[in-house]
Design a protein around this ligand. Structure first.
Ligand code: HEC
Length: 157
């Protein structure tokens, strides 16, 4: 009995190591979630609310301006994403950003219980503004996303 338990423990450890490695893979979001549209539109009220939520819940990792350089950023592997990276963020739909904030992925926590739906959609608007675009990208058929060249950082400060 002991031996079986021991073997199971070892197996579990290996499975978790494998899983941890697997987690570095691209963030897979279910298609239905990807296709979701932001029910909110950009407005001063939403922007102000989102900014405060971001400073309270996200900035310690992602940095005040979303650059991924928050005060705790060094502690995490993988590092908090640079949300101002337009080339990368333009590949992600609003529904995907919403899903990522909702579910989290280690080390990023899930905000499903900590924030309301509306707050999470407000954050989607804010995340869009970091990367200099306010709307969802068109579906994948548009391959004209600029390659390596990083566009000018967003002007909002
Ligand atoms: C504990 C640190 C931490 C906190 C707090 C945190 N994040 Fe993250 N976030 C991360 C890490 C690390 C990643 C990269 C995860 C990965 O790629 O597996 C990430 C990824 C993301 C992504 C995905 C970007 C991409 O390129 O796919 C978004 C969007 C995001 N975070 C938004 C937020 C928002 C909004 C908040 C606040 C509600 C928040 N995060 C709070 C650490 C954090």
């Amino acid at each position: 009995m002991r031996k079986i338990l021991f073997a199971c423990t070892i197996a579990l450890i290996f499975i978790s190591i494998g899983f941890a490695a697997f987690q570095k893979a691209p963030w897979i979001v279910p298609p239905a979630e990807k296709a979701r549209k932001n029910p909110l539109t950009a407005s001063d009220a939403n922007a102000t609310a989102a900014k405060q939520i971001f400073l309270d819940h996200c900035a310690n990792c992602h940095g005040d301006a979303g650059k991924g350089d928050g005060s705790d950023a060094m502690m995490y592997d993988p590092a908090p994403a640079d949300l101002t990276d337009a080339a990368r963020m333009s590949k992600i739909t609003d529904g995907e950003v919403y899903y990522q904030i909702t579910e989290g992925r280690k080390p990023m926590p899930s905000f499903k219980k900590r924030l309301t739906d509306e707050q999470r959609w407000q954050l989607v608007l804010l995340v869009r503004s970091f990367a200099g675009s306010t709307s969802a990208p068109p579906p994948a058929k548009n391959p004209d996303v600029p390659g390596d060249k990083k566009p000018e950082p967003p002007t909002s400060h």
